[in-house]
Design a protein around this ligand. Structure first.
Ligand SMILES: [Zn+2]
Length: 145
């Protein structure tokens, strides 16, 4: 098997952070501060998703001296309403990296193994953050990683 290396690959797709159900739940938020746990319960979104994904997408928050997160209900509701349901994005994947569908971010695969499929090459390994399996497909038959 050829084993040339390529520094970056573009990965394109669509990401959905805010579902219709989440949006309607957010309408019930009050003009007060919520903890991550409370917001997670009310919206039905995991705490990790709030901290890792929503905040990086611009969710307004404040942090106290103990670095705990606080969210103003009205500000969250406004952000959720304004957030586009589906957003196109492009991620550059470096060598040996894959998009973890659990963390929704590019990660450096642990112990990647290459396999030759009929039309594609498959590289699979583990996500260093959540430990789940991640797979990277290469669309062209003889492309290199
Ligand atoms: Zn992961």
């Amino acid at each position: 098997m050829e084993n040339k290396t390529r520094s970056t690959t573009l990965y394109s797709g669509a990401r959905r952070l805010v579902t219709g159900a989440t949006r309607s739940k957010a309408k019930g938020l009050l003009n007060m501060l919520y903890t991550t746990a409370e917001l997670s319960d009310i919206l039905g979104v995991t705490r990790r998703a709030l901290i890792d994904q929503w905040i990086s997408e611009g969710l307004p928050y404040t942090q106290d001296a103990k670095r705990r997160y606080w969210f103003n209900g009205k500000a969250v509701a406004a952000w959720v309403t304004a957030y586009k349901h589906t957003r196109d994005y492009t991620i550059e994947l470096g060598e040996g990296m894959a998009l973890c569908l659990h963390c929704m971010e590019p990660v450096k695969m642990i112990d990647p193994k290459a396999k030759d499929g009929k039309r594609t090459q498959v590289l699979s390994g583990k996500c260093p953050q959540c430990g789940k399996g991640v797979t990277r497909f290469n669309g062209t038959r003889r492309a290199s990683w």
